[in-house]
Write a protein that binds this ligand. Structure first.
Ligand SMILES: Nc1ncnc2c1ncn2[C@@H]1O[C@H](COP(=O)(O)OP(=O)(O)OP(=O)(O)O)[C@@H](O)[C@H]1O
Length: 761
């Protein structure tokens, strides 16, 4: 036990640091004010200057240079102001809770010990001494990883050794220590217990003070170019992912910024839920996108089916669905393209003002005339270049035509200037040169449609090409020809309405971008996919094709597959490793579950084949209760009673259903008794105590109390529903109840609920 004197000393230090921070805050606030005033002044100057009429040719050159100078001044003061504001945010965050850990270390051969305090950001006093070390600094890893004794940690200069003499944990609130203790554990369970038993917050919290050893491995990995995390429900995958981003931004701060990190998240609700984590760590948010949004952006003019839509409609042929999502299917596309003869390429005419400008035969000839051993993308590029060359020649010929002369005569001053663009009149040697330039611009403007068609590859019909591929591909044994034909027909029918089924989206895009070599994104350096079990291998292969400079971080739980059958983790990982060949793959398992109480975690795990491997964090709570009703009416009444009861003890009660239709039924049942939010696909926040939502929108979220709706045998008849049921159960932090109309699903083993089955009377 720590003695009173030591506690007092620690409190004095906290008070000292708080006071220092208070001063810094005061000073920085003033600096922000000054910076603001300066920005306003500079901006005002800039606006006055830009409003002068700079069409006057004489003034132009001078004005231009001046403007450029002014603009960079504006940018600079804005940037200064932002830096100051960020600094202020950091101080304020630290002022609230300056640090959460202390380590005492002693380097080999030295007799004195260093006391290091660890917090969300570093703080230095006027002598350059660290009052607080950033949790991401190399030495801080000792706090998360080490037990007392000899320890080592990675630095940019290699591994360092030291001796860890003491590890102390703090809970500090508004300058007061509420808790402190010494520990030899990685990060003591005591603090974690406290963190986990609190009520579910509206937004996700950062876990910086209590990061666990395996989580720390994920966060601090800098070597892998494919990092796969398989973690059971509630094991902190999403938390670790976000801390990892914060770590990477710190670790590579000179050559990585938040804009170069992209996170694929399951839905908008989730995006919103995690939005506050990085700012609370003093970092900018990464970019976020959902798969649906990403696809629709890449297939303009097409309506791409969403995951939710596919799940709701359940119209899938499993064999075909699996085939189209497989690595084999993508490899087939590669083979198809490799062996594609020029005459098999679906070129289309380019039109201009209702007439054929370049015919598909001409284009075919250009393509066919190329050395066919060139890479695909080169062949297309050369074809495009030839087309553009021909277009330019026609533009030249067009300059002296009558329609151009007529149009030039009727140009207003303004139009003339517009055509002139950035060009300076003084640069022309004579009037003819100027005339030719303007005429060329005019023709170009008119022929821009043709230019765009070439540039955008609209002379190639990717959809029909894909259809041809479908007609040719050799099927796997479990798919009947007739079924496949029907599927191809469906593809064609949907296309008429500009609709693309989700299963076809990634393969089409893959075919397109492989053929053209275009649409690559070289800027993204780190790609994260959360809930990766919901992605097909084909989709991931497409992402790999596009984001070729990105290190891939795939995070998920094979047991929570709600859109397909549950796959064992090794199977899934094996598939991923084969599909994305990289140099340094790494796989990390997280088997300990933190979200739910011990009874809930063990109950939920009992329905999984490998559930025994899931380690429940030891936090007490009630056993889940199963209510079996004899009619829908009885079940509804029981639901209302339950909600009333749960609201007494909990902040949020979520009723989770299998699909949207059930969610609506529940909503209608309870809305007159409770203020209720029915969560839909477009929802962005949950701001009600009682919420109803289908399982796929509950992905990644957590609630104090969860009620699973109608988990009857009829609703969850077999293994296909395993992932759905497991996901529902594991959303609960403190309490879980399940309702069933009639006999309970066979997925829950009798032994799991023997003494907790309540017959509804
Ligand atoms: N080291 C930790 N310290 C404190 N809390 C933690 C820690 N790890 C996880 N948690 C908490 O456990 C809960 C689950 O974490 P998270 O949502 O990151 O898990 P997940 O693996 O992504 O879950 P799922 O796959 O079930 O959606 C959160 O409330 C999180 O704050």
């Amino acid at each position: 036990m720590m003695n009173k004197h030591e506690e007092q000393q620690e409190q004095e230090r906290v008070t000292f640091v708080s006071q220092l921070l208070a001063n810094k805050i005061k000073k920085t606030k003033q600096e922000v004010e000054n910076a603001k005033a300066e920005t306003q002044q500079v901006q005002k100057n800039y606006e006055t200057n830009t409003s002068v009429n700079y069409l006057e040719a004489d003034d132009r050159i001078e004005t231009k240079a001046e403007l450029q100078q002014q603009r960079s001044l504006v940018n600079k003061v804005v940037e200064d102001e932002n830096i100051m504001k960020r600094q202020l945010d950091t101080y304020q965050e630290l002022h609230h809770s300056p640090y959460f850990g202390r380590i005492d270390i002693q380097d080999e051969g030295f007799s004195d010990t260093d006391k290091l305090y660890i917090g969300t950001a570093s703080l230095i006093d006027q002598d350059g001494e660290f009052l607080i070390h950033d949790w991401r600094a190399p030495i801080s890893s000792v706090y998360y990883n080490g037990t007392l004794g000899k320890v080592s940690y990675q630095t940019p200069n290699g591994q360092q050794n030291t001796k860890l003499l003491k590890k102390r944990q703090f809970q500090i609130k508004d300058g007061k220590i509420i808790n402190l203790f010494d520990t030899n554990e990685t990060v003591g369970d005591e603090l974690l217990q406290k963190e986990l038993s609190s009520k579910s917050p509206e937004a996700m919290k950062n876990i910086v003070a209590t990061i666990q050893r395996e989580q720390n491995d994920i966060i601090r990995d800098t070597k892998s170019d494919l990092l796969v995390v398989q973690g059971v429900a509630g094991s902190g995958k999403t938390s670790a992912l976000l801390q990892r981003i914060a770590f990477l931004l710190y670790h590579s701060r000179n050559d990585l910024n938040a804009e170069q990190i992209l996170l694929f998240s399951p839905n908008l609700l989730f995006s919103n839920y995690i939005k506050e984590v990085l700012p609370s760590l003093g970092e900018h948010n990464m970019r976020q996108v959902t798969l649906a949004k990403f696809f629709s952006q890449r297939m303009e003019g097409m309506q791409v089916q969403t995951l939710f839509n596919r799940f709701e409609n359940q119209e899938l042929n499993t064999g075909i669905h699996e085939f189209k999502g497989s690595q084999k299917f993508i490899n087939n596309i590669d083979d198809y393209l490799q062996n594609l003869k020029p005459q098999d390429i679906i070129f289309t005419d380019i039109h201009f003002q209702g007439e054929t400008y370049f015919s598909k035969d001409e284009i075919q000839k250009i393509y066919g005339g190329l050395n066919q051993n060139l890479p695909l993308a080169d062949k297309l590029l050369k074809t495009k270049n030839t087309l553009i060359k021909q277009l330019k020649q026609r533009i030249k010929a067009e300059i002296n035509s009558k329609w151009v002369a007529d149009r030039l005569d009727s140009l207003s001053d303004e139009q003339y200037h517009a055509l002139l663009g950035d060009q300076d009149i003084d640069d022309f040697t004579d009037f003819d040169a100027e005339h030719d330039y303007i005429a060329t611009q005019l023709v170009k403007q008119n022929l821009k449609i043709v230019y765009d068609a070439i540039y955008n590859d609209s002379f190639w019909d990717v959809y029909t090409q894909y259809q041809k591929f479908l007609e040719k591909v050799s099927l796997s044994a479990d798919i009947a020809q007739s079924e496949w034909k029907a599927d191809v027909k469906q593809f064609q029918d949907k296309l008429e309405y500009h609709q693309i089924r989700l299963d076809d989206a990634a393969p089409i895009l893959y075919l397109r971008d492989k053929f053209t070599g275009e649409n690559k994104n070289n800027a993204i350096k780190y790609l994260f996919i959360d809930e990766v079990q919901d992605y097909s291998i084909a989709e991931i292969m497409y992402l790999k094709l596009i984001f070729r400079n990105a290190k891939f971080n795939l995070i998920g739980d094979s047991e929570q597959a709600i859109f397909k059958d549950v796959e064992s983790a090794p199977t899934l990982l094996n598939k991923l490793n084969n599909a994305i060949s990289v140099r340094h793959p790494r796989l990390i398992y997280l088997n300990r579950s933190y979200r739910s109480t011990y009874p809930i975690t063990t109950f939920a795990s009992s329905i999984l084949p490998d559930g025994i491997n899931i380690e429940a964090f030891n936090r007490a709570g009630n056993k889940p209760i199963l209510y079996q009703a004899n009619s829908e009416m009885q079940m509804k009444q029981q639901l209302k009673d339950l909600i009333k009861q749960e609201l007494k003890d909990h902040q949020t009660v979520a009723i989770i259903t299998k699909n949207q239709a059930e969610a609506k039924t529940v909503y209608r049942t309870i809305r007159s008794d409770f203020e209720t939010l029915l969560v839909t696909d477009s929802a962005r926040s949950i701001n009600q105590k009682v919420v109803v939502l289908p399982v796929y929108l509950a992905k990644g979220l957590e609630f104090d109390s969860v009620i699973g709706w109608d988990i009857s045998k009829q609703n969850y008849p077999d293994q296909h529903s395993l992932g759905v049921l497991y996901t529902i159960m594991t959303r609960a932090m403190h309490n879980l109840s399940l309702l069933s109309n009639g006999p309970v699903t066979p997925l829950i083993p009798k032994s799991a609920f023997n003494n907790k089955l309540v017959e509804v009377k």
